[in-house]
Write a protein that binds this ligand. Sequence first.
Ligand SMILES: [Zn+2]
Length: 249
Amino acid sequence: MDFTEAQIHRYARHILLPEVGGEGQARLLAAKVLVIGAGGLGSPLILYLAAAGVGTIGVVDDDVVELSNLQRQILHVTDSVGSAKVDSAVRAVAAINPDVTLVPHRLRLTEQNARALIGQYDLVADGSDNFATRFLVNDAAQAEGKTLVSAAVLRFEGQISTFKPGGPCYRCLHPDDLSEADLPNCGQAGVFGAMAGLMGSLQAVEVLKEILGIGDSLSGSLLLVDALSTAFRKIGLKRDPACSCCGKV
Ligand SMILES: [Zn+2]
């Protein structure tokens, strides 16, 4: 791929890294990533993917920006309160990097549309705020043979893992369908804003590593982060041979 003069300047600090280089940067520019949710996790995730030059970023979100989002959802600005989050995302990304196309999907993910949508992208990153969507994204990503980088945050705690086709998958981690009755969401329990920033940034790091094929994948591991004790704990995650999802792939 031939870079323009501006691109050589823009991506100079990436191109300097032997693990990225011109070839890796070209790979990022050709990559298509689907982000589920333009909220607390999706904000830093989308911003870093755009800054890194990931060429196509699809964003699924049917919400509008609310004032109470701005404490952590750094993609959105005060003037965007009341506009669709995907439209706000388009504006933010256009301002950061003209090399990037943000494809807005202003809809709610359903069993009817999930596979067709995920199938159009190379990789999916889930930053949604509810269990039903997380299970749906996991099942569709497994069925479409796509790698999924999934993160979650609540109060001062976060977790992140990567699920690849063939498992372990999100259902191996949570064999029983969880619902909001089992665990409160951010709207009920609160969330430390910068903690969403940390987990969404970690998600961006893992997405970029997967595209570049560098380092150790988080597949087979779950990283648990506790902000109050500043503790990071990585535990092993095994495929459940009885898993109702990845067992079938
Ligand atoms: Zn599984």
